[in-house]
Ligand binder design. Structure first.
Ligand code: HEM
Ligand code: SF4
Ligand code: SF4
Length: 531
Protein backbone atom coordinates (compact mmCIF):
# COMPACT_ATOMS: atom_id res chain seq x y z
CA UNK A 1 0.00 0.00 0.00
CA UNK A 2 1.11 3.53 -0.70
CA UNK A 3 1.93 4.95 2.76
CA UNK A 4 1.46 8.47 1.46
CA UNK A 5 -2.25 7.94 1.04
CA UNK A 6 -3.27 7.53 4.73
CA UNK A 7 -0.86 10.33 5.67
CA UNK A 8 -2.43 12.61 3.07
CA UNK A 9 -5.92 11.77 4.32
CA UNK A 10 -4.91 12.68 7.89
CA UNK A 11 -3.59 16.03 6.67
CA UNK A 12 -6.72 16.66 4.59
CA UNK A 13 -8.99 15.88 7.49
CA UNK A 14 -7.02 18.07 9.92
CA UNK A 15 -6.68 20.87 7.41
CA UNK A 16 -10.44 20.78 6.79
CA UNK A 17 -10.99 21.52 10.48
CA UNK A 18 -8.41 24.27 10.51
CA UNK A 19 -10.08 25.78 7.40
CA UNK A 20 -13.34 25.94 9.32
CA UNK A 21 -11.81 27.69 12.34
CA UNK A 22 -9.09 29.81 10.78
CA UNK A 23 -10.18 30.13 7.08
CA UNK A 24 -7.73 28.93 4.40
CA UNK A 25 -5.82 32.23 4.50
CA UNK A 26 -4.90 31.68 8.16
CA UNK A 27 -4.52 27.91 8.03
CA UNK A 28 -0.98 27.22 9.30
CA UNK A 29 -0.76 23.94 7.36
CA UNK A 30 -0.84 25.91 4.12
CA UNK A 31 2.09 28.08 5.14
CA UNK A 32 4.49 25.69 6.85
CA UNK A 33 7.49 26.82 4.78
CA UNK A 34 6.59 30.48 5.21
CA UNK A 35 6.16 29.95 8.95
CA UNK A 36 9.63 28.39 8.98
CA UNK A 37 11.00 31.62 7.55
CA UNK A 38 9.03 33.61 10.10
CA UNK A 39 10.39 31.60 13.05
CA UNK A 40 13.87 31.92 11.64
CA UNK A 41 13.59 35.72 11.65
CA UNK A 42 12.21 35.73 15.22
CA UNK A 43 15.14 33.57 16.32
CA UNK A 44 17.61 35.81 14.49
CA UNK A 45 16.19 39.09 15.88
CA UNK A 46 15.94 37.82 19.48
CA UNK A 47 19.41 36.25 19.15
CA UNK A 48 20.90 39.59 18.10
CA UNK A 49 19.45 41.24 21.20
CA UNK A 50 20.77 38.47 23.48
CA UNK A 51 24.23 38.79 21.96
CA UNK A 52 24.47 42.36 23.27
CA UNK A 53 24.39 41.09 26.87
CA UNK A 54 26.02 37.72 26.39
CA UNK A 55 29.51 37.29 27.82
CA UNK A 56 31.57 34.72 25.98
CA UNK A 57 33.89 33.88 28.88
CA UNK A 58 33.61 30.94 31.25
CA UNK A 59 31.92 31.13 33.76
CA UNK A 60 30.75 34.67 32.81
CA UNK A 61 28.51 33.21 30.10
CA UNK A 62 26.28 31.61 32.71
CA UNK A 63 26.14 34.80 34.80
CA UNK A 64 25.22 36.91 31.78
CA UNK A 65 22.37 34.56 30.89
CA UNK A 66 21.19 34.66 34.51
CA UNK A 67 21.29 38.46 34.40
CA UNK A 68 19.11 38.47 31.27
CA UNK A 69 16.67 35.93 32.66
CA UNK A 70 16.14 37.42 36.11
CA UNK A 71 17.37 41.04 36.26
CA UNK A 72 16.23 42.09 32.83
CA UNK A 73 13.36 39.58 32.63
CA UNK A 74 10.97 42.08 31.04
CA UNK A 75 13.03 42.41 27.84
CA UNK A 76 16.14 40.23 27.63
CA UNK A 77 14.31 37.47 29.51
CA UNK A 78 11.41 37.63 27.09
CA UNK A 79 13.87 37.65 24.19
CA UNK A 80 15.54 34.54 25.60
CA UNK A 81 12.19 32.76 25.83
CA UNK A 82 11.20 33.90 22.33
CA UNK A 83 14.57 32.69 21.05
CA UNK A 84 13.94 29.26 22.56
CA UNK A 85 10.29 28.84 21.67
CA UNK A 86 10.66 30.12 18.10
CA UNK A 87 13.56 27.65 17.66
CA UNK A 88 11.34 24.84 18.92
CA UNK A 89 8.57 25.98 16.60
CA UNK A 90 11.06 25.94 13.70
CA UNK A 91 11.77 22.25 14.36
CA UNK A 92 8.06 21.40 14.55
CA UNK A 93 7.30 23.33 11.39
CA UNK A 94 10.25 21.80 9.52
CA UNK A 95 9.27 18.23 10.36
CA UNK A 96 5.60 18.86 9.52
CA UNK A 97 6.60 20.54 6.27
CA UNK A 98 8.78 17.53 5.38
CA UNK A 99 6.04 14.98 6.15
CA UNK A 100 3.40 17.07 4.34
CA UNK A 101 5.48 17.48 1.17
CA UNK A 102 6.03 13.71 1.26
CA UNK A 103 2.36 12.89 1.92
CA UNK A 104 1.19 15.16 -0.91
CA UNK A 105 3.81 13.71 -3.26
CA UNK A 106 5.51 17.02 -3.83
CA UNK A 107 9.10 15.85 -3.71
CA UNK A 108 9.69 13.82 -6.86
CA UNK A 109 10.30 14.61 -10.50
CA UNK A 110 11.39 18.21 -11.01
CA UNK A 111 10.86 18.86 -7.29
CA UNK A 112 13.75 16.65 -6.12
CA UNK A 113 15.83 19.80 -5.85
CA UNK A 114 13.76 21.42 -3.07
CA UNK A 115 13.62 18.12 -1.23
CA UNK A 116 17.34 17.36 -1.42
CA UNK A 117 18.35 20.89 -0.41
CA UNK A 118 15.97 20.53 2.57
CA UNK A 119 17.95 17.60 4.00
CA UNK A 120 21.12 19.49 5.04
CA UNK A 121 18.82 22.14 6.51
CA UNK A 122 17.67 19.58 9.08
CA UNK A 123 21.27 19.05 10.20
CA UNK A 124 21.89 22.78 10.37
CA UNK A 125 18.77 23.53 12.40
CA UNK A 126 19.67 20.86 14.98
CA UNK A 127 23.34 21.81 15.10
CA UNK A 128 22.48 25.50 15.58
CA UNK A 129 19.99 24.67 18.37
CA UNK A 130 22.36 22.32 20.19
CA UNK A 131 25.24 24.82 20.15
CA UNK A 132 22.77 27.35 21.58
CA UNK A 133 22.02 25.13 24.58
CA UNK A 134 25.72 24.59 25.02
CA UNK A 135 26.43 28.32 25.33
CA UNK A 136 24.38 28.72 28.53
CA UNK A 137 27.06 26.73 30.34
CA UNK A 138 24.69 25.19 32.86
CA UNK A 139 24.31 21.53 33.82
CA UNK A 140 22.35 20.83 30.66
CA UNK A 141 25.21 22.32 28.62
CA UNK A 142 27.60 20.11 30.57
CA UNK A 143 25.52 17.04 29.72
CA UNK A 144 25.36 18.10 26.06
CA UNK A 145 29.11 18.63 25.93
CA UNK A 146 29.88 15.20 27.38
CA UNK A 147 27.45 13.27 25.18
CA UNK A 148 28.21 15.24 22.00
CA UNK A 149 31.93 14.85 22.35
CA UNK A 150 31.53 11.15 23.08
CA UNK A 151 29.49 10.92 19.93
CA UNK A 152 32.06 12.85 17.88
CA UNK A 153 34.95 10.87 19.37
CA UNK A 154 33.44 7.67 18.06
CA UNK A 155 34.60 8.77 14.61
CA UNK A 156 38.38 8.59 14.39
CA UNK A 157 38.73 12.16 13.06
CA UNK A 158 40.18 13.95 16.07
CA UNK A 159 43.78 13.14 17.05
CA UNK A 160 42.91 13.26 20.74
CA UNK A 161 39.49 12.52 22.20
CA UNK A 162 37.77 15.88 22.64
CA UNK A 163 35.56 14.50 25.44
CA UNK A 164 38.63 14.79 27.65
CA UNK A 165 38.15 18.59 27.58
CA UNK A 166 35.04 18.20 29.66
CA UNK A 167 36.26 15.72 32.22
CA UNK A 168 37.78 18.13 34.69
CA UNK A 169 37.91 21.92 35.03
CA UNK A 170 41.68 21.91 34.55
CA UNK A 171 41.26 20.40 31.09
CA UNK A 172 38.63 22.79 29.92
CA UNK A 173 39.78 24.86 27.02
CA UNK A 174 38.20 28.33 26.68
CA UNK A 175 39.03 28.39 22.98
CA UNK A 176 36.58 25.58 22.48
CA UNK A 177 33.88 27.80 23.91
CA UNK A 178 34.79 30.61 21.52
CA UNK A 179 34.51 28.11 18.68
CA UNK A 180 31.01 27.26 19.90
CA UNK A 181 29.97 30.92 19.89
CA UNK A 182 31.28 31.23 16.36
CA UNK A 183 29.40 28.11 15.30
CA UNK A 184 26.17 29.29 16.87
CA UNK A 185 26.32 32.35 14.63
CA UNK A 186 27.77 30.75 11.51
CA UNK A 187 25.40 27.77 11.33
CA UNK A 188 22.20 29.88 11.11
CA UNK A 189 23.87 32.03 8.44
CA UNK A 190 24.62 28.94 6.37
CA UNK A 191 21.05 27.80 7.03
CA UNK A 192 19.73 31.11 5.71
CA UNK A 193 21.78 30.68 2.55
CA UNK A 194 20.36 27.16 2.10
CA UNK A 195 16.82 28.44 2.73
CA UNK A 196 17.31 30.77 -0.19
CA UNK A 197 18.86 28.00 -2.29
CA UNK A 198 15.94 25.70 -1.38
CA UNK A 199 13.53 27.96 -3.29
CA UNK A 200 15.55 28.55 -6.43
CA UNK A 201 13.32 26.33 -8.56
CA UNK A 202 10.06 27.65 -7.18
CA UNK A 203 8.26 30.58 -8.74
CA UNK A 204 6.42 33.03 -6.45
CA UNK A 205 7.53 31.12 -3.35
CA UNK A 206 5.72 32.11 -0.20
CA UNK A 207 8.22 33.12 2.43
CA UNK A 208 5.91 35.31 4.50
CA UNK A 209 2.88 33.92 6.32
CA UNK A 210 -0.32 35.93 6.00
CA UNK A 211 -0.44 38.86 8.43
CA UNK A 212 -3.11 37.29 10.67
CA UNK A 213 -1.11 34.10 10.97
CA UNK A 214 2.12 35.98 11.71
CA UNK A 215 0.49 38.15 14.38
CA UNK A 216 -1.35 35.18 15.94
CA UNK A 217 1.82 33.06 16.05
CA UNK A 218 3.85 35.90 17.51
CA UNK A 219 1.25 36.49 20.19
CA UNK A 220 1.27 32.80 21.08
CA UNK A 221 5.06 32.83 21.42
CA UNK A 222 4.90 35.97 23.57
CA UNK A 223 2.21 34.58 25.87
CA UNK A 224 4.24 31.39 26.28
CA UNK A 225 7.34 33.45 27.02
CA UNK A 226 5.55 35.24 29.86
CA UNK A 227 3.81 32.26 31.41
CA UNK A 228 6.69 29.79 31.02
CA UNK A 229 9.92 31.81 30.76
CA UNK A 230 13.01 29.95 29.61
CA UNK A 231 15.36 29.37 32.56
CA UNK A 232 18.75 27.73 33.08
CA UNK A 233 19.84 24.75 35.12
CA UNK A 234 22.43 25.29 37.89
CA UNK A 235 25.85 26.33 36.62
CA UNK A 236 27.97 23.58 35.04
CA UNK A 237 30.35 21.91 37.47
CA UNK A 238 32.81 19.54 35.82
CA UNK A 239 33.58 17.90 39.18
CA UNK A 240 30.02 16.60 39.45
CA UNK A 241 27.78 14.55 37.17
CA UNK A 242 24.48 16.35 36.45
CA UNK A 243 21.59 14.21 37.67
CA UNK A 244 18.29 16.05 37.14
CA UNK A 245 17.88 17.53 33.70
CA UNK A 246 14.98 19.06 31.79
CA UNK A 247 15.63 18.12 28.17
CA UNK A 248 14.26 20.14 25.29
CA UNK A 249 12.81 17.21 23.41
CA UNK A 250 12.63 19.11 20.12
CA UNK A 251 16.39 19.50 19.91
CA UNK A 252 17.83 17.00 22.35
CA UNK A 253 15.81 13.86 21.70
CA UNK A 254 18.86 12.08 20.33
CA UNK A 255 20.91 12.47 23.53
CA UNK A 256 19.23 9.79 25.65
CA UNK A 257 19.43 7.56 22.56
CA UNK A 258 23.20 8.09 22.33
CA UNK A 259 23.47 7.19 26.01
CA UNK A 260 21.33 4.10 25.79
CA UNK A 261 22.08 2.80 22.29
CA UNK A 262 25.63 4.06 21.99
CA UNK A 263 27.36 6.59 19.71
CA UNK A 264 27.98 3.99 16.99
CA UNK A 265 24.29 3.27 16.65
CA UNK A 266 23.45 6.97 16.45
CA UNK A 267 26.06 7.53 13.73
CA UNK A 268 24.52 4.70 11.81
CA UNK A 269 21.04 6.13 12.39
CA UNK A 270 22.12 9.61 11.27
CA UNK A 271 24.01 8.37 8.23
CA UNK A 272 21.39 5.91 6.99
CA UNK A 273 18.59 8.40 7.77
CA UNK A 274 20.30 11.17 5.79
CA UNK A 275 21.13 8.98 2.80
CA UNK A 276 17.61 7.56 2.81
CA UNK A 277 16.07 11.03 2.92
CA UNK A 278 18.27 12.21 0.05
CA UNK A 279 17.31 9.21 -2.07
CA UNK A 280 13.56 9.30 -1.35
CA UNK A 281 12.69 11.28 -4.53
CA UNK A 282 14.01 8.34 -6.59
CA UNK A 283 12.65 5.49 -4.45
CA UNK A 284 11.28 3.73 -6.36
CA UNK A 285 12.29 5.29 -9.68
CA UNK A 286 9.19 6.32 -11.57
CA UNK A 287 8.53 7.23 -15.14
CA UNK A 288 8.35 10.97 -15.53
CA UNK A 289 5.44 12.21 -17.57
CA UNK A 290 6.28 13.96 -20.80
CA UNK A 291 7.07 17.64 -20.18
CA UNK A 292 5.35 20.60 -21.74
CA UNK A 293 6.35 21.39 -25.32
CA UNK A 294 6.26 24.67 -27.20
CA UNK A 295 4.68 24.77 -30.66
CA UNK A 296 6.44 27.74 -32.14
CA UNK A 297 3.99 28.28 -35.00
CA UNK A 298 1.33 29.07 -32.38
CA UNK A 299 3.47 30.98 -29.87
CA UNK A 300 3.34 34.75 -30.08
CA UNK A 301 5.67 35.36 -27.15
CA UNK A 302 2.98 36.84 -24.90
CA UNK A 303 4.75 35.55 -21.70
CA UNK A 304 1.55 34.30 -20.02
CA UNK A 305 2.90 30.75 -19.67
CA UNK A 306 6.15 32.18 -18.30
CA UNK A 307 4.20 34.24 -15.77
CA UNK A 308 2.06 31.32 -14.63
CA UNK A 309 4.53 28.44 -14.43
CA UNK A 310 4.88 27.65 -10.69
CA UNK A 311 8.29 26.01 -11.09
CA UNK A 312 10.30 28.52 -13.15
CA UNK A 313 10.41 25.95 -15.96
CA UNK A 314 9.77 28.47 -18.76
CA UNK A 315 12.15 31.02 -20.10
CA UNK A 316 11.35 33.69 -22.67
CA UNK A 317 14.12 33.68 -25.24
CA UNK A 318 14.91 35.54 -28.44
CA UNK A 319 12.80 34.39 -31.38
CA UNK A 320 14.46 31.63 -33.37
CA UNK A 321 12.01 31.02 -36.24
CA UNK A 322 11.98 34.39 -37.98
CA UNK A 323 8.30 35.13 -37.15
CA UNK A 324 7.52 38.75 -36.40
CA UNK A 325 7.52 38.32 -32.61
CA UNK A 326 10.32 39.37 -30.32
CA UNK A 327 10.36 36.33 -28.03
CA UNK A 328 9.32 32.74 -27.73
CA UNK A 329 8.69 30.41 -24.81
CA UNK A 330 11.26 27.72 -24.02
CA UNK A 331 10.68 24.89 -21.53
CA UNK A 332 13.44 23.49 -19.34
CA UNK A 333 12.44 19.80 -19.20
CA UNK A 334 14.44 19.29 -16.00
CA UNK A 335 12.27 21.76 -14.10
CA UNK A 336 8.90 20.99 -15.66
CA UNK A 337 6.52 18.87 -13.54
CA UNK A 338 3.95 18.45 -16.36
CA UNK A 339 1.14 20.27 -14.56
CA UNK A 340 -0.33 21.84 -17.71
CA UNK A 341 -0.87 25.24 -16.07
CA UNK A 342 1.05 26.85 -18.93
CA UNK A 343 -1.40 25.40 -21.48
CA UNK A 344 -4.27 26.85 -19.45
CA UNK A 345 -2.61 30.25 -19.65
CA UNK A 346 -1.88 30.22 -23.38
CA UNK A 347 -4.22 32.46 -25.42
CA UNK A 348 -4.04 30.02 -28.32
CA UNK A 349 -5.54 27.17 -26.28
CA UNK A 350 -9.07 28.03 -27.30
CA UNK A 351 -11.56 25.20 -27.92
CA UNK A 352 -13.52 27.38 -30.37
CA UNK A 353 -10.83 26.83 -32.93
CA UNK A 354 -12.19 24.70 -35.76
CA UNK A 355 -10.38 25.95 -38.85
CA UNK A 356 -7.10 24.40 -37.68
CA UNK A 357 -6.14 21.67 -35.23
CA UNK A 358 -6.27 22.67 -31.58
CA UNK A 359 -2.52 22.95 -31.00
CA UNK A 360 -1.76 25.68 -28.46
CA UNK A 361 1.55 27.52 -28.27
CA UNK A 362 2.43 25.30 -25.32
CA UNK A 363 0.87 21.96 -24.48
CA UNK A 364 1.30 18.63 -22.71
CA UNK A 365 2.06 15.81 -25.11
CA UNK A 366 0.41 13.17 -22.92
CA UNK A 367 -2.68 15.14 -22.02
CA UNK A 368 -3.07 17.85 -24.66
CA UNK A 369 -5.72 20.55 -24.68
CA UNK A 370 -7.25 18.94 -27.79
CA UNK A 371 -7.92 15.81 -25.67
CA UNK A 372 -9.63 18.00 -23.04
CA UNK A 373 -11.96 19.32 -25.73
CA UNK A 374 -12.66 15.77 -26.95
CA UNK A 375 -13.35 14.58 -23.39
CA UNK A 376 -15.68 17.54 -22.82
CA UNK A 377 -17.64 16.83 -25.99
CA UNK A 378 -17.81 13.12 -25.18
CA UNK A 379 -19.03 13.82 -21.63
CA UNK A 380 -21.70 16.17 -22.99
CA UNK A 381 -23.12 13.46 -25.22
CA UNK A 382 -24.37 11.53 -22.19
CA UNK A 383 -26.27 14.50 -20.77
CA UNK A 384 -29.87 15.43 -21.47
CA UNK A 385 -32.62 17.72 -20.23
CA UNK A 386 -32.23 21.22 -18.83
CA UNK A 387 -30.12 20.67 -15.70
CA UNK A 388 -27.02 19.25 -17.30
CA UNK A 389 -23.84 19.86 -15.36
CA UNK A 390 -20.30 19.69 -16.69
CA UNK A 391 -17.58 19.36 -14.04
CA UNK A 392 -13.91 20.08 -14.63
CA UNK A 393 -11.89 18.59 -11.80
CA UNK A 394 -8.27 17.91 -10.89
CA UNK A 395 -6.70 14.46 -10.71
CA UNK A 396 -5.20 15.28 -7.30
CA UNK A 397 -8.43 16.36 -5.66
CA UNK A 398 -11.92 14.90 -5.42
CA UNK A 399 -12.61 12.39 -8.19
CA UNK A 400 -16.03 13.72 -9.16
CA UNK A 401 -16.56 11.07 -11.85
CA UNK A 402 -16.81 8.43 -9.12
CA UNK A 403 -19.59 10.23 -7.26
CA UNK A 404 -22.21 9.01 -9.73
CA UNK A 405 -24.02 12.34 -9.86
CA UNK A 406 -27.04 12.22 -12.19
CA UNK A 407 -26.97 14.07 -15.51
CA UNK A 408 -23.41 15.19 -14.86
CA UNK A 409 -20.29 14.90 -16.96
CA UNK A 410 -16.77 15.00 -15.48
CA UNK A 411 -13.55 15.93 -17.19
CA UNK A 412 -10.35 15.31 -15.27
CA UNK A 413 -7.39 17.63 -15.63
CA UNK A 414 -3.80 17.57 -14.34
CA UNK A 415 -4.61 20.77 -12.48
CA UNK A 416 -7.73 22.93 -12.61
CA UNK A 417 -5.55 25.81 -13.82
CA UNK A 418 -4.80 23.71 -16.90
CA UNK A 419 -8.26 24.62 -18.16
CA UNK A 420 -8.27 27.73 -20.35
CA UNK A 421 -11.29 29.82 -19.21
CA UNK A 422 -12.54 29.81 -22.80
CA UNK A 423 -13.64 26.20 -22.17
CA UNK A 424 -16.35 27.47 -19.80
CA UNK A 425 -17.57 29.82 -22.52
CA UNK A 426 -17.36 26.95 -25.01
CA UNK A 427 -19.46 24.54 -22.91
CA UNK A 428 -22.18 27.11 -22.26
CA UNK A 429 -22.30 28.87 -25.63
CA UNK A 430 -22.27 25.56 -27.54
CA UNK A 431 -25.05 24.34 -25.25
CA UNK A 432 -23.04 21.32 -24.12
CA UNK A 433 -24.35 21.77 -20.56
CA UNK A 434 -26.56 24.12 -18.54
CA UNK A 435 -24.03 24.73 -15.83
CA UNK A 436 -20.27 24.38 -15.35
CA UNK A 437 -18.56 23.39 -12.10
CA UNK A 438 -14.86 24.02 -11.57
CA UNK A 439 -13.26 22.15 -8.73
CA UNK A 440 -9.81 21.05 -7.62
CA UNK A 441 -7.52 20.89 -4.61
CA UNK A 442 -8.57 23.02 -1.67
CA UNK A 443 -7.02 26.46 -1.41
CA UNK A 444 -3.57 25.91 0.01
CA UNK A 445 -3.44 22.24 -1.03
CA UNK A 446 -2.92 22.72 -4.75
CA UNK A 447 -0.62 19.97 -5.98
CA UNK A 448 1.08 22.54 -8.17
CA UNK A 449 1.06 25.34 -5.57
CA UNK A 450 -0.61 28.13 -7.53
CA UNK A 451 -3.52 26.49 -9.38
CA UNK A 452 -6.28 27.94 -7.17
CA UNK A 453 -4.81 31.41 -7.22
CA UNK A 454 -4.52 31.49 -11.00
CA UNK A 455 -8.05 30.11 -11.52
CA UNK A 456 -9.48 32.69 -9.11
CA UNK A 457 -7.67 35.49 -10.91
CA UNK A 458 -8.84 34.33 -14.34
CA UNK A 459 -12.46 34.07 -13.22
CA UNK A 460 -12.39 37.36 -11.34
CA UNK A 461 -10.87 39.15 -14.32
CA UNK A 462 -7.57 40.05 -12.64
CA UNK A 463 -5.31 37.61 -14.46
CA UNK A 464 -4.92 36.65 -18.09
CA UNK A 465 -6.49 34.75 -19.75
CA UNK A 466 -9.72 36.11 -18.25
CA UNK A 467 -13.14 34.58 -18.46
CA UNK A 468 -15.18 36.55 -20.98
CA UNK A 469 -17.73 38.96 -19.68
CA UNK A 470 -20.49 37.39 -21.74
CA UNK A 471 -20.31 34.12 -19.75
CA UNK A 472 -23.26 34.08 -17.34
CA UNK A 473 -21.71 33.75 -13.89
CA UNK A 474 -24.91 32.26 -12.49
CA UNK A 475 -24.19 29.18 -14.59
CA UNK A 476 -20.75 28.75 -13.12
CA UNK A 477 -19.89 27.23 -9.75
CA UNK A 478 -16.33 27.18 -8.47
CA UNK A 479 -15.80 25.14 -5.34
CA UNK A 480 -12.55 23.59 -4.11
CA UNK A 481 -12.88 20.11 -2.67
CA UNK A 482 -10.46 17.46 -1.48
CA UNK A 483 -11.48 13.77 -1.45
CA UNK A 484 -12.68 14.17 2.16
CA UNK A 485 -15.11 16.91 1.09
CA UNK A 486 -17.27 14.72 -1.15
CA UNK A 487 -20.46 15.20 0.88
CA UNK A 488 -20.23 18.97 0.87
CA UNK A 489 -19.34 18.96 -2.83
CA UNK A 490 -22.30 16.78 -3.73
CA UNK A 491 -24.67 19.03 -1.76
CA UNK A 492 -23.25 22.14 -3.46
CA UNK A 493 -23.64 20.68 -6.94
CA UNK A 494 -27.24 19.67 -6.25
CA UNK A 495 -28.02 23.14 -4.88
CA UNK A 496 -26.39 24.62 -7.98
CA UNK A 497 -28.56 22.39 -10.17
CA UNK A 498 -31.63 23.70 -8.39
CA UNK A 499 -30.48 27.30 -8.97
CA UNK A 500 -30.03 26.59 -12.68
CA UNK A 501 -33.49 25.09 -12.80
CA UNK A 502 -34.89 28.29 -11.34
CA UNK A 503 -33.23 30.54 -13.95
CA UNK A 504 -35.66 32.34 -16.30
CA UNK A 505 -36.68 30.43 -19.45
CA UNK A 506 -35.07 32.90 -21.86
CA UNK A 507 -31.69 32.70 -20.15
CA UNK A 508 -30.46 29.54 -21.79
CA UNK A 509 -26.92 28.56 -22.73
CA UNK A 510 -26.22 29.36 -26.33
CA UNK A 511 -27.89 32.76 -26.04
CA UNK A 512 -25.26 34.18 -23.72
CA UNK A 513 -25.77 37.60 -22.26
CA UNK A 514 -23.19 40.01 -20.91
CA UNK A 515 -22.73 40.11 -17.15
CA UNK A 516 -20.75 42.58 -15.09
CA UNK A 517 -17.53 41.51 -13.39
CA UNK A 518 -15.57 40.07 -16.33
CA UNK A 519 -13.43 41.86 -18.83
CA UNK A 520 -14.75 43.50 -21.98
CA UNK A 521 -16.13 40.92 -24.35
CA UNK A 522 -13.60 41.54 -27.04
CA UNK A 523 -10.84 38.92 -27.35
CA UNK A 524 -7.41 40.32 -26.50
CA UNK A 525 -5.00 41.08 -29.29
CA UNK A 526 -2.97 38.01 -28.41
CA UNK A 527 -6.04 35.78 -28.65
CA UNK A 528 -6.92 37.25 -32.01
CA UNK A 529 -3.42 36.78 -33.37
CA UNK A 530 -3.21 33.26 -32.10
CA UNK A 531 -6.65 31.93 -32.94
C1 HEM B 1 14.18 25.52 7.83
C2 HEM B 1 13.50 24.64 7.19
C3 HEM B 1 12.69 24.88 5.96
C4 HEM B 1 12.11 26.03 5.48
C5 HEM B 1 12.13 27.40 6.11
C6 HEM B 1 11.46 25.70 4.25
C7 HEM B 1 10.76 26.59 3.48
C8 HEM B 1 10.11 26.30 2.31
C9 HEM B 1 9.30 27.20 1.53
C10 HEM B 1 9.04 28.66 1.90
C11 HEM B 1 8.86 26.53 0.44
C12 HEM B 1 8.00 27.10 -0.69
C13 HEM B 1 6.56 26.89 -0.37
C14 HEM B 1 5.68 27.46 -1.47
O1 HEM B 1 5.79 28.66 -1.76
O2 HEM B 1 4.89 26.70 -2.03
C15 HEM B 1 9.38 25.20 0.51
C16 HEM B 1 9.15 24.22 -0.43
C17 HEM B 1 9.59 22.92 -0.32
N1 HEM B 1 10.27 22.38 0.73
FE1 HEM B 1 10.97 23.36 2.34
N2 HEM B 1 11.65 24.38 3.98
C18 HEM B 1 12.39 23.83 5.00
C19 HEM B 1 12.80 22.53 5.14
C20 HEM B 1 12.50 21.52 4.26
C21 HEM B 1 12.85 20.15 4.43
C22 HEM B 1 13.61 19.60 5.62
C23 HEM B 1 12.36 19.48 3.35
C24 HEM B 1 12.47 18.02 3.02
C25 HEM B 1 13.54 17.32 3.17
C26 HEM B 1 11.70 20.43 2.50
C27 HEM B 1 11.11 20.14 1.30
C28 HEM B 1 10.47 21.04 0.47
C29 HEM B 1 9.92 20.71 -0.83
C30 HEM B 1 9.93 19.34 -1.51
C31 HEM B 1 9.36 21.90 -1.33
C32 HEM B 1 8.71 22.09 -2.70
C33 HEM B 1 7.23 21.99 -2.58
C34 HEM B 1 6.54 22.13 -3.92
O3 HEM B 1 7.21 22.10 -4.94
O4 HEM B 1 5.33 22.23 -3.91
N3 HEM B 1 11.79 21.67 3.08
N4 HEM B 1 10.13 25.07 1.65
S1 SF4 C 1 1.62 32.23 -26.84
FE1 SF4 C 1 1.38 30.54 -25.39
S2 SF4 C 1 3.36 29.49 -25.48
FE2 SF4 C 1 3.70 31.47 -26.40
S3 SF4 C 1 4.41 32.79 -24.72
FE3 SF4 C 1 2.17 33.06 -24.86
S4 SF4 C 1 1.39 31.56 -23.41
FE4 SF4 C 1 3.49 30.96 -23.79
S1 SF4 D 1 3.65 21.98 -17.38
FE1 SF4 D 1 4.00 24.13 -17.90
S2 SF4 D 1 3.42 25.29 -16.05
FE2 SF4 D 1 3.68 23.13 -15.44
S3 SF4 D 1 5.82 23.02 -14.75
FE3 SF4 D 1 5.81 22.42 -16.93
S4 SF4 D 1 6.25 24.33 -18.02
FE4 SF4 D 1 5.64 24.92 -15.92
Amino acid sequence: MDIRYPLKMVFMWLEGWFDRFFTPAWNPFYCLGALGYFYFWVVAASGLYLYIFFDTGIPQAYDSVEYMTHDQWYLAGVMRSLHRYASDALVVMMMMHLVREFAFDRYRGGRWYSWVTGVPMIWLVFAAGITGYWLVWDELAQYISIITTEWLDWLPIFGEPIARNFMAPSHFDGRFFTLLVFMHIALPLILLFLMWFHLQRINYSKTNPTRGLAVGTMLMLLVLSFIEPAVSHPIADLTKVPTELQLDWYYLWAYPMIEVLGPGFMWWFAFVGTVFLILIPWLPPRRRRARAVVNLENCNGCTRCYDDCPFSAIEMVKRTDGLAFEREAKVDPELCVSCGICAGACPTATPFRRASDLVPGIDLLENPIAAVREATEAAAENLSGTERIMIFDCEHALNTGKLGLPNTGSVELRCTAMLPPSFIDFVLSRNLADGVVLTGCREGQCQYRLGNEWVDGRLEGTRDPMLRKRVPRERLLKTWASPTDWRRFQAEVEAFREEIKALPEGDKPGGLKTVPGGREDKPSSTEETAA
